[in-house]
Ligand binder design. Sequence first.
Ligand code: MN
Length: 200
Amino acid sequence: MSEHPEDSSCEIPGGPPADDRRHRQFDGEAWDGVSPRVYKLGGSSAPGAAWQDVARHTLAGGAGEPMAFQLRYFEIEPGGYSSLEKHRHVHTIVVLRGAGRVVVGREVFDVAPFDFVYVPPNIPHQFVNAGAETFGFLCPVDADRDPPQPLTTEEIHDLLGYPKVREVVRIAEDMGSGIRDPGSETHVVIARGAAPKQSP
Ligand code: MN
């Protein structure tokens, strides 16, 4: 049985259509019969829970296909970013369009089309659009998986000790002010608000 936490990016109602189409044509914005969905439902005030301008297209999995994974495609618009989170299940992504920066633990990778990124279990991660165009990537994931966990204050403190991470990571404004050292200049980019913005 799958877990179906309502606040998981991966378990939102409205997966792929339960039809038996073998081919879905891409029209430049979406695939035949696949509606882009909001990235996550429900707000959270947890550190790193904020996200902005992310849409999810679930192409396969969860609609009765005999498969143990889901094939998803995400798009993050300019200025947008996914939540900073961790979980036991891994991520593998392949970039299809645009430019991004991916925080994987204490590292940051600048990525371009066809680049691949692996996020190991329980490693904090965040996907950030780094350009003026849509940043899009494939992200297949286990069908049965644990829900994302917010980071602890200590984990965020640790990450912010790494200059490249500090430069790239997006966290909620209240958390940012709470962890900033008033005596030092910070390069943390503070996200505005933690309320999810619904994507088309
Ligand atoms: Mn994740």
